[in-house]
Design a protein around this ligand. Sequence first.
Ligand code: SAM
Length: 286
Amino acid sequence: MTDMTGWSVERLHDAYSQALRIDRVLYDSETEHQRIVVFDNATFGRVLTLDGVVQVTERDNFIYHEMLTHVPLFAHGTAARVLIIGGGDGGMAREALRHPLEQVTMVEIDAGVVEFSKQYLPGISAGAFDDPRLDLQIADGAEFVKTTAGGYDVIIVDSTDPVGPGEVLFTDHFYGHAKRALAPGGILVTQNGVPFMQGEELAGTLRAFGTLFSDASAYVAPVPTYQGGFMAFGWGTDGAARSVDEATLRARVAEKGLGFGYYTSEVHKAAFALPGYIKRLVPDPA
Ligand code: SAM
């Protein structure tokens, strides 16, 4: 199939790509930061791409959003304040706000992503933007963490890949300021791409985490439209949250009475059991 007209062809990697058939374009616009396209696809439902790279789909976003919120939140156990960097589609805020948190601060650089997500992808945010606990700020996350008073129990970096506006969110400076913004025992988790295709992205994050945290690790989940195998999530904390046992996690889940499409207490623990080619990217504990 060489004629790819009518298809959204992702160019994240030089010689490996994925194509999603465009059944209907709903939005196609260039903001000052990136090109935003929303279209319908028979397999994945409504799809958002930023600069041609799949960010979120109606059909498989639950895996990604559940694993970047419920793993740190159930591991922490008593989180009250969460910071989300990026997350313009609202899916991360949706999942975080299912917990009895005091506040979720969401720092998104592109108001255009938020505005069209509300209109064209309402199922992703599912009302999160109307939750009174949500404090939405339109700003560069890298600048925000430099000046915030901090005190966050969990910080979630739900950014684009390290290209364009997202690039600054993969730097040691950003991670150092993010660490300072954590409350004692706080947890920093990051979207770190697909190591089979972009292992250096995770390796770079974990090198920085290794200098900042006593526990620098990663966990994984397969997200179909982040093609190339497991999606990796960076994990950094000075607490013992990663060692919370499965029975305790199960009790915390039961206490909250929440249901999930992907997350379970067993999957939570298993997600940190890394295959060899990913484990090699995790620094030995100092
Ligand atoms: N799930 C997607 C992934 O794994 O690639 C991420 C989705 S979310 C739409 C990514 C968001 O990060 C976008 O809304 C983008 O505008 C935002 N973003 C990129 N760079 C940013 C920055 N420096 N500060 C805040 N938000 C940023």
